[in-house]
Ligand binder design. Structure first.
Ligand code: TMP
Length: 205
């Protein structure tokens, strides 16, 4: 039995997801809610090491290896951080979760959904986010926003890869319309904040 709430933030690289996540966390903290802010891949010391290995790998990795590493990191994160926090009644706010595996390794790299679903069931059981924000932006605009800053392995991928990732997310949003809220990241920051706030109020109050 979980009593807390699990909220995830997803988006294509450059869509402004992390800024909005920080805003959402402080919005809820100001309401004296107990917030656990975390991220994937990562969230535990060991999973953060896996994050470094995955995002900074110099050599190409097999797509299946990527999926397995993502779920290994996720298993640690769920067992040591997410589930304990939910049991204590906290609101867990997580920067990316399994929708990212479906979008990047599934949509982007072509790993079949059924393989990902097998690991999802194994690692998560019945754990699913209560609410997911997907920050969406056309790829060209997202790439412009990323600009010349140093990019990780996924950010450095081709436009076609990112287009497939975006389509992967949009497919997930069609499959789970009640959970996944698409946020149009081309709107201005205050409009986006307002949309996020409305959903948070609906779920958390
Ligand atoms: P971010 O923390 O800046 O969003 O970077 C994490 C990167 O890892 C991002 O490019 C997406 C990628 N990623 C996957 O490819 N699969 C996953 O399951 C997760 C959680 C992230």
């Amino acid at each position: 039995m979980t009593t807390g709430l699990f909220i995830t933030f997803e988006g294509i690289d450059g869509a402004g997801k992390s800024t909005q996540l920080d805003y959402a966390a402080s919005y809820l903290r100001n309401q004296k809610k107990d917030i656990v802010q975390t991220r994937e891949p990562g969230g535990t010391p060991f999973s953060e090491k896996l994050r470094d290995m995955i995002l900074k790998a110099k050599q190409p990795l097999e797509s299946d290896t990527e999926v397995l590493l993502m779920f290994a990191a996720r298993n640690e994160h769920i067992a040591r951080v997410i589930r304990p926090a939910l049991y204590c009644g906290s609101i867990v706010i997580c920067d990316r979760f399994t929708d990212a595996t479906f979008a990047y390794q599934g949509g982007g790299s072509g790993v079949s959904s059924s393989r990902i679903e097998t690991l999802e069931t194994w690692v998560q059981g019945n754990l699913q986010p209560d609410l997911t924000f997907f920050f969406d932006l056309p790829i060209l605009a997202a790439q412009r926003r990323l600009g010349k800053r140093k990019k990780d392995r996924f950010e450095s991928e081709t436009m076609n890869f990112h287009e497939r990732v975006r389509q992967g997310y949009l497919t997930r949003a069609t499959q789970y319309p009640g959970r996944i809220k698409i946020i149009d990241s081309s709107r201005n920051k205050s409009q986006i904040r307002e949309m996020v706030q409305i959903e948070l109020d609906r779920l958390c109050n």
